[in-house]
Design a protein around this ligand. Structure first.
Ligand code: ADP
Ligand code: GLC
Length: 487
């Protein structure tokens, strides 16, 4: 098949979270299965600087597009498959993040930026189809691409659309004046189209108009039908349930593999866990913590936002201080959480290390050197770090929600007996439940033999992309939504 994969971030060019990892790995997995895949991304300044001059630049025939919009084509790129950039000096050539200024405030023209991006992609797709060398499917990701299925429906096109929700809480909501400004068809200001409680929602556009809607784990696909995970969209998703599918993300084991990881000092596998211990000492050293083989070391790498249960982590750090436990934390996000964490680190320099910022290498060293990985998310569409942690024998502590529930098997009597335990899972969305689970994990840590057995089971888990890519292909190949309904 010929597939166009549309996203707003992709590793290693631009990344704020797991979407970038997925946008790197899934297209490659599809290409490995023999398909033609092209990734398309906005031409952010930093990305253009990194890539240099394209093989070709083309303008697009669309009256609704800004005059400075071009599509730059790269036959090869660090993404590993052919890449297109939608360039516009006025929209994308600026310092700061893909969605926000450096100060953390969203770009005030985000609606315009991503609406123009969507229009450009649709114009490109339609032109390719008319030239007879078109795509069979356009795979869209998150609200930034939500207008694509809607805009494509205005054309006589046979191209199918699949829309993946990576996080339902980010809905691309703008007011009515913005809807008018974007010059979208008036008929779309309707409950059955883009209107969402008196506003415009890009995410809703994707859900309503795409042939298929997927999300990134089976459990999350079920959770979003109801509150609180539904974020106001439960009714809409129930209405479209016949085209909603949960497909678990994979991990890229070329990048996240303790046997080959370039970022860590000591490579290891299931049979050489003593090397992992050396990584632990290295992590303690670079983090300024007391060197100790026996103190349980808990790592965390995350966006520091409410979703991730950072307030529960702060509580647990305080509540477990007498237990010789150490914490290494890397992340950035809400200033309030950053501040609280930094204060804890200042007060406990030998047991708590906090790095505010984004650091690829440190993320790998935390995965390799920690004994446990904290991921007590309130909700988690899939989550990638717990999957990476499993491969590094770093037992995850997670809440039973979304993709965390689908990837971690709780340590209990039965799972220990059956040899299936891989981590520590709790149910209740509360600080005390997380703290209790940290204490439970610490207690288990002193049972060395059992601990090693759990590590080995965790490291043997395989959540690679091949299987999930196959599931996407099956959807791409189903004729359209009605066919599915008739099954
Ligand atoms: P989300 O997409 O909700 O942020 P995921 O677990 O799916 O959560 O993916 C997060 C990705 O971003 C992982 O690859 C993780 O290692 C990476 N990451 C998050 N914060 C940082 C950071 N501060 N430094 C380096 N990598 C980070
Ligand atoms: C989102 C979700 C995360 C998921 C990632 C990639 O950012 O919060 O759970 O793993 O997208 O799909």
């Amino acid at each position: 098949m010929n597939i166009l994969f549309v996203c707003s971030e992709v590793f290693p060019l631009i990344k704020t979270g797991g979407l970038a990892d997925v946008s790197y790995s899934l297209p490659r997995a599809l290409a490995d299965l023999g398909h033609q895949v092209t990734v398309v991304l906005p031409g952010y300044r930093s990305v253009r600087a990194r890539l240099g001059e394209p093989d070709q630049r083309r303008s697009l025939p669309d009256d609704f597009l800004r005059s400075d919009i071009r599509v730059a084509e790269y036959a090869s790129s660090p993404v590993g498959v052919p890449l297109l950039l939608v360039e516009s000096d006025s929209l994308f050539d600026r310092d700061g993040g893909p969605y926000e200024r450096s100060s953390g405030d969203p770009w005030p023209d985000n609606a315009d930026r991503f609406a123009q991006f969507c229009r450009a992609v649709v114009s490109w797709v339609v032109a390719a189809e008319q030239a007879g060398a078109g795509y069979q499917v356009v795979h869209c990701n998150d609200w930034q691409t939500g207008l694509i299925p809607a805009l494509l429906s205005l054309h006589e096109s046979a191209v199918k659309t699949l829309f993946t929700i990576h996080n339902l809480a980010y809905q691309g909501v703008f007011d009515y004046a913005t809807f008018q400004h974007l010059q979208l068809p008036d008929t779309w200001w309707h409950l059955d189209a883009l209107e969402f409680y008196g506003n415009l929602s890009f995410l809703k556009a994707g859900i309503v108009f795409a042939d298929w809607v997927t999300t990134v784990s089976p459990t999350y696909a079920d959770e979003i039908l109801r509150e609180p995970a539904a974020c106001g969209m439960g009714g809409l998703l129930q209405h479209h349930q016949n085209k909603l599918v949960g497909i678990l993300n994979g991990a890229d084991y070329e990048i996240w593999n303790p046997q080959t990881d370039d970022h860590i000092l000591f490579h290891f596998d299931r049979d050489s866990l003593e090397q992992k211990l050396k990584n632990k000492l290295d992590l303690q050293r670079i983090s300024g913590l007391r060197l100790s083989k026996s103190a349980p070391l808990i790592g965390l790498v995350s966006r520091l936002v409410e979703q991730k249960g950072i307030d529960w982590v702060v509580s647990a750090m305080t509540a477990t201080q007498e237990h010789k436990v150490q914490w290494v934390i890397l992340g950035s996000g809400t200033p309030h959480y950053e501040q609280q964490l930094l204060e804890l680190a200042q007060a406990n320099p030998k047991t708590v290390s906090v790095t505010i910022g984004y650091d690829e290498e440190l993320a790998h060293r935390i995965e390799a050197g920690s004994d446990l990985f904290a991921m007590p998310s309130r909700y988690e569409p899939c989550g990638l770090n717990q999957i990476y942690s499993l491969r590094y024998g770093t037992l995850p502590i997670v809440r039973r929600t979304g993709g965390l529930a689908d990837t971690v098997v709780n340590v209990d009597e039965l799972s220990l007996e059956q040899g299936t335990a891989t981590g520590f899972v709790f149910e209740e969305p509360a600080a005390a439940a997380f703290t209790d689970t940290v204490l439970r994990a610490i207690a288990m840590y002193s049972r060395r033999k059992t601990w090693q057995r759990i590590q080995q089971t965790a490291m043997a888990q395989c959540f690679d992309w091949q299987h999930s890519a196959q599931s996407y292909l099956e959807l791409y190949q189903q004729d359209h939504q009605q066919d599915h309904q008739q099954e």
